[in-house]
Design a protein around this ligand. Structure first.
Ligand SMILES: Cc1cc2nc3c(=O)[nH]c(=O)nc-3n(C[C@H](O)[C@H](O)[C@H](O)COP(=O)(O)OP(=O)(O)OC[C@H]3O[C@@H](n4cnc5c(N)ncnc54)[C@H](O)[C@@H]3O)c2cc1C
Length: 936
């Protein structure tokens, strides 16, 4: 027997069985992750195929076989959702590569192959990959590792094994004997050359029966009706009859992308009947609000594994029997172009669709078959093609490896089947054996996890699983070395001495206090409210837990959370003197410095801390907040560099992807920002940073109606426990303002932005600024829509925030609030306060803004124009996002109009319209043209 069993494995070796898309993606992520961790390893991929990354789906050579997922969903790298789109752009620079393109499937195979080759080249010397061209037929344990036996008798040893065998066989158990044994039956349309025979063979009746009406039928119909140009045979004149029990075609994708409406399923019950009712309501609500059911389906897909995990086994089986067909029709959609071609074929009678199943089949003398259908009719056809899709029950696949995994040997079988035989049971991808243990070094991915996840066959799910499995495998067989508290570095496995935070950083506290702390930290990461209570709970459980006290002080100081900053900081200092590691000591120190001097010494200390501890999410949250407050720098470029520099520390973590999405929209890279935000939300539907980023994208790209509907859905669903609800309401109100629906703005203001719902700093930044924006809306008063009074808002803001703010950002919005209430004296007090500030931006920029607003209040329009024209460029750094800063430009436009300089106001509006579409600015432009045109 040939093989390398027993050979000494010098460095970790990982075996992957299956070189389709899933196995290739596992290899890719192993290479990249091992490269990042500087872990040397060898990968052995076992598959008899010639080329990796193809499999049934992407091995097709027919250009008409398109991906059924838009290009934006097909990136191999979860942290870079635009990767495939960019790759396509590089292939053909003359043709725009759009995220919403549906590329030919074979392009994806090339993309995977090149991405793998690139990653291997980058990891040269550290990671090696080789293919063993053989079928795996059996597995056994060898020490801590595994041995794979191949059909040609080799034995390949590894420290871990990933099984990625997909679902290659087309099942045709439904076919009666007369059909399955006929030469005119094509049991597997994906087999090489299978459809070529039909095109070439002209004997027998001309029509073809396609059994199944899903995506496989779509492929087959396109291939048979429109033969590839290079095919010598015609065949395009054949009539195609497609039948299935439902007679339903898959639905098509929308004309343009629509954001997923992710439902909050936390209160959805665990029974199928309740699920049906909730899903129906979700679809109804989303379709009513957005005019389309697809966002409901896409949002549901994000939550489907959670819902599936709650269902009992009998309910899952009932779902498979009664609901899965409908689910598949709505979920597995075809590209619009394919749908249009099919419609055309149907209209010319070349494709006929009906309900039914095959009852029997008899051979015809001249070739072909007479097929009897369940409705009693008979049809003479040249060929019958099985389009019913893959066999999903792994017990019926006849794959020797899977049979071996399920067979008990001397003890437990390596695997046990999941629901309906749709794969095996796992603990996060690691196989659970028939005794219920998951200690063997065996993992799986993709279709073999359908029974436990339901949705687990498409690239969006597979690529994330591939990364998780790659990381888990390396953690198990080549764990990273760790530094102990006493400074020693230890490698290999060891008990975890201290609890960890969500990013894996150790916490000097008890497990119980760490649980509360982590729940609080996760709320901070998701931008949810209520973090302080959980942190306080942690300090109650362990009063010497320095980081929990420090976090409270930080949230109080940085984000205005209800916390006694001085007391928490003092408690943190006392606690860290007793117990704490380098990072904890450093963070307490940094917070002390931020409290003393947020912008200079504090900012420097925070940056230095992050450079030593990049995975400290509390510190990063304070340094680059996406909503509100100061951060560490006024320079956008510097903030962007900080975020980009953190990439190696976070990889594809949803929290980091959310921050990156926000950065990308600030850089006006809206497409990337949108993709990143979507990708983060698919992992964590409550991510406030991602929603915030997406909201800016919608605003800056002029998608006001869709943006409002999407944001409203999020606010009422997953965003129910969001912090900064006022800010999200402000964003929704901006959409309404842009749409010219001032009554909707008024309703939203009264419900979500007026005191007492909103007070303090958010009332300043969101509520008052919105009312001022409305006051500055050229033409709104002419339309008879005066804004609500501003004095209740002023009354809900602490006087110190209005008259003696600490940062230029707050000072600017204090000036706006005072102007909105026509408080000239207040503006003068604020101006004097800023003039005496040690901060240059306060002394120069904010003082000028105060003077400009005093001029506006006094209707000295020319003076206001002059001051605002001078100061506007400097506001980029201190006045927040582009959408927020517009309020200052609105003020300038208003002053220009009042000063009789409509032409200049028009120019400004034009330059804004070039930057971003806006129906509001267009309306204003229209009004100004009226003002400019000479009176007859
Ligand atoms: C027609 C079709 C179109 C699709 N289109 C899309 C699409 O557009 N977008 C999308 O996201 N998804 C699509 N899918 C879903 C698709 O299944 C997955 O995206 C992906 O291709 C699955 O890859 P896989 O590696 O798990 O399986 P496969 O592609 O089936 O690959 C499995 C590999 O394992 C090998 N293998 C099996 N058993 C053994 C063994 N015992 N020993 C050694 N090797 C073995 C096989 O030779 C094969 O190469 C499509 C699926 C089909 C069938």
């Amino acid at each position: 027997m040939r093989g390398d069993a027993g050979a000494r494995v010098a460095r970790p070796r990982i075996l992957i069985v299956g070189g389709g898309a899933a196995g290739t993606l596992v290899a890719l992520h192993l290479i990249r992750t091992a490269g990042r961790r500087s872990t040397g390893c060898d990968i052995v991929l076992l598959d008899p195929v010639d080329l990796l990354g193809r499999g049934v789906a992407f091995g097709t050579t027919d250009e008409q076989h398109l991906l059924n997922v838009p290009a934006s969903g097909m990136s191999a790298l979860p942290e870079d959702p635009g990767h495939f789109v960019a790759w396509r752009g590089r292939q053909d620079p003359d043709r725009p590569s759009e995220p919403w393109d549906f590329a030919p499937r074979r392009h994806f195979a090339r993309y995977l192959h090149e991405t793998l080759t690139d990653a291997l080249a980058k990891a040269a010397g550290q990671v090696a990959l080789r293919q063993v061209r053989a079928q795996a037929v059996a597995v056994r344990r060898a020490g801590a590792g595994a041995v794979v036996v191949t059909d040609d008798g080799r034995e390949v040893t590894g420290d871990a094994l990933v099984i990625a065998t997909g679902l290659p066989v087309a099942g045709h158990a439904w076919a009666p004997e007369g059909l399955s044994s006929s030469a005119f039956f094509v049991p597997d349309p994906w087999a090489p050359g299978a459809l070529e025979v039909i095109r070439r063979d002209r004997c027998g009746p001309g029509s073809v029966l396609l059994v199944g009406t899903g995506l496989t039928m779509v492929d087959v119909a396109l291939s048979l009706a429109i033969p590839p140009a290079r095919s010598p045979a015609t065949g395009g004149d054949r009539v195609l009859h497609a039948i299935s029990r439902s007679g339903r075609l898959p639905r098509s994708h929308a004309r343009a992308p629509k954001l997923a409406a992710i439902p909050d399923v936390s209160s959805w019950g665990p029974t199928l009947s309740e699920l049906r009712e909730r899903v129906g309501r979700h679809f109804g609500d989303v379709a009513a609000a957005s005019g389309d059911w697809r966002p409901a389906m896409d949002g549901l897909r994000v939550q489907v594994s959670t819902l599936w995990s709650r269902l009992s086994e009998p309910d899952r089986i009932t779902f498979l029997a009664q609901d899965a067909g409908r689910w598949n029709v709505l979920r597995h959609r075809m590209p619009r172009s394919s749908a249009m071609t099919l419609n055309q074929l149907r209209s010319t009678g070349q494709l006929r669709l009906s309900r039914g199943s095959v009852a029997d089949a008899q051979p015809l003398a001249r070739g072909g078959l007479r097929v009897g259908l369940s409705d009693g009719t008979h049809h003479d056809v040249g060929w019958v093609v099985n389009c019913t899709g893959p066999q999903t029950d792994i017990r019926l696949l006849g794959n020797p490896l899977l049979d071996d995994l399920l067979r008990p040997g001397n003890g437990a079988a390596f695997a046990r089947v999941a629901t309906g035989g749709m794969g095996v049971q796992t603990a996060n991808g690691r196989l659970i054996n028939s005794y219920g243990n998951s200690d063997a070094p065996l993992w799986t991915i993709g279709a073999l996890r359908r029974g436990e996840l339901w949705e687990s066959t498409a690239i969006p799910e597979i690529r994330s699983q591939a990364l998780v499995v790659a990381t888990a495998v390396l953690d198990a067989i080549a764990p990273l070395s760790r530094r102990l508290a006493d400074g020693r570095i230890v490698s290999g496995h060891h008990p975890i001495a201290r609890p960890r935070d969500p990013l894996g950083l150790p916490l000097s506290t008890t497990a119980e206090a760490a649980t509360s702390f982590n729940a609080g930290l996760e709320r901070v990461m998701r931008l949810q409210s209520g973090a302080e209570e959980l942190l306080r709970e942690a300090t109650g459980i362990d009063p010497d837990f320095a980081l929990a006290h420090a976090a409270l002080a930080m949230l109080g100081h940085e984000a205005g959370a209800p916390a006694d900053v001085a007391a928490s900081l003092a408690a943190a200092r006392r606690a860290v003197a007793k117990r704490g590691d380098d990072r904890e000591r450093s963070l307490v120190e940094v917070i002390g410095r931020r409290v003393t001097d947020t912008r200079r010494i504090g900012a420097q200390a925070l940056k230095a801390h992050i450079s030593d501890h990049p995975r400290d999410v509390l510190a990063v949250s304070a340094a680059v907040p996406t909503i509100a407050f100061s951060g560490v720098t006024d320079l956008q470029q510097e903030a962007w560099e900080l975020v980009e520099g953190l990439a190696p520390a976070y990889g594809d973590h949803w929290w980091y992807i959310s921050l990156l999405a926000f950065t990308r929209q600030e850089q006006s890279r809206f497409e990337e920002a949108g993709l990143l935000a979507e990708s983060a939300l698919a992992c964590e539907p409550s991510s406030g940073h991602a929603v915030h980023a997406q909201t800016h994208v919608m605003y800056e790209t002029g998608q006001h109606e869709e943006g409002r509907v999407w944001l409203d859905h999020w606010i009422t669903e997953t965003g129910r426990s969001a912090g900064y609800r006022a800010h999200f309401a402000w964003h929704a109100a901006l959409h309404e303002l842009a749409l010219g629906d001032l009554e909707a703005v008024r309703r939203r203001y009264q419900a979500h932005l007026a005191p007492p719902a909103v007070t303090g700093v958010r009332a300043l930044i969101d509520s008052a600024a919105l009312l001022w924006r409305w006051q500055m809306d050229v033409g709104s008063s002419e339309r008879g829509a005066t804004p609500p009074p501003v004095h209740p808002v002023i009354g809900a803001i602490e006087p110190a925030l209005l008259r003696a703010p600490q940062t230029p950002f707050i000072a600017l919005y204090a000036a706006i609030a005072l102007a909105a209430s026509n408080d000239r004296a207040g503006l003068e007090v604020l101006r004097r306060h800023c003039q005496s500030s040690p901060d240059g931006s306060m002394r120069v920029t904010v003082v000028a803004v105060c003077e400009a607003l005093i001029a506006v209040c006094e209707q000295r329009w020319e003076a206001a124009v002059q001051l605002l024209e001078d100061v506007l460029p400097g506001l980029v750094q201190i006045a927040g996002s582009a959408a927020q800063r517009e309020v200052f430009q609105d003020t300038l436009i208003f002053a220009l109009v009042k000063a009789g300089r409509s032409a200049r106001a028009g120019d400004l509006l034009d330059s804004r319209l070039i930057r971003r579409p806006s129906p509001l600015d267009q309306r204003r432009r229209h009004t100004l043209r009226g003002l400019q045109s000479p009176t007859p």
